[in-house]
Ligand binder design. Structure first.
Ligand code: HEM
Ligand code: HEM
Length: 225
């Protein structure tokens, strides 16, 4: 394994060790929240912890943050490694600066999305975060598997990631909407996101398999880039 493969493990390792356990907890708490709400609406006494909703929100915020960060790392790795291989800095220094700025702006927009309360600013920063992710994803270094988009790690991951950003943006709407339309939409959309996350487990491991290991030429140090 060379440095290229070793650094390529940061993204899958973070997804497996941090994101997937968080998904389990967030989904469990979401079911607790829903069951408790329906029991209370039915006039029953509920044994479920009344803090299930706020804990779902708290862990949901961590989940959304980690999914965005892990997605950015998943895209940074091929851009950096292919960029070094193709001498991108010398060839297209303007694009290198543009991409580096986009990474910063995407993270800054996500941070600002946490700070804002009004509808307009939440929409603005969620859109900016999403745009940053999609424009980075459009770079030619990213393998999008367009010929088999229905099993693409990129398209599944990007969709799930955008759904996490949307969830962050609509938190006040979920609480304020008396007709519960946002609450229902959130539950349905994120049920879909959960399926996409499961898909990420399959497509990601397939991709590690497909990328394979770099075999250094005889006599070369194994940590050759
Ligand atoms: C795997 C991801 C997720 C799933 C499957 C999910 C699902 C759900 C479900 C089923 C509910 C209960 C709906 C009801 O009461 O009928 C809910 C509530 C809620 N979700 Fe999520 N959700 C996810 C992620 C997130 C994220 C990332 C956020 C935001 C950071 C979030 C924020 C909320 C909020 C604020 C509520 C209302 C909680 C309350 O009643 O106190 N969720 N979610
Ligand atoms: C939270 C779930 C995940 C999300 C949102 C996600 C997202 C992404 C995105 C957007 C990319 C860049 C596009 C591409 O090269 O396909 C990527 C790359 C990749 N992901 Fe994931 N991923 C997730 C989980 C996983 C898991 C569980 C694995 C494997 C166990 C994995 C393995 C990979 C690999 C091998 C690459 C290629 C990186 C490279 O070319 O250097 N991912 N991921």
């Amino acid at each position: 394994m060379g440095i290229k493969e070793f650094t390529g493990l940061i993204h899958p390792a973070l997804a497996v060790a941090v994101v997937f356990p968080l998904i389990g907890m967030v989904v469990y708490l979401s079911l607790q929240t829903r069951i408790r709400r329906l029991q209370m609406a039915d006039g029953q006494k509920s044994k479920i912890n009344p803090k299930a909703g706020s804990e779902h929100l708290q862990l949901g915020k961590w989940l959304a943050t980690f999914v965005v960060v892990v997605t950015l790392i998943g895209m940074a790795h091929p851009i950096i490694t292919k960029g070094i291989e193709n001498n991108l800095w010398a060839e297209e220094s303007g694009r290198v600066i543009f991409i580096a700025t986009l990474f910063g702006l995407t993270l800054a927009s996500l941070a600002l999305l946490y700070q804002t309360r009004t509808k307009v600013w939440r929409a603005v920063f969620a859109t900016l975060t999403g745009m940053g992710l999609v424009i980075i994803g459009c770079q030619p270094e990213i393998f999008r598997r367009g010929f088999e988009w229905y099993t693409s790690h990129y398209y599944y991951g990007m969709t799930a990631c955008l759904l996490m950003v949307l969830s962050l943006a609509v938190v006040p709407d979920i609480y304020q909407d008396k007709q519960k339309r946002w609450r229902r939409a959130h539950a349905v959309l994120n049920l879909f996101a959960t399926l996409l996350f499961i898909g990420q487990g399959f497509t990601g491991t397939r991709d590690i398999f497909e990328i394979g290991l770099y075999t250094p030429p005889p006599g070369m140090l194994p940590f050759f880039f």
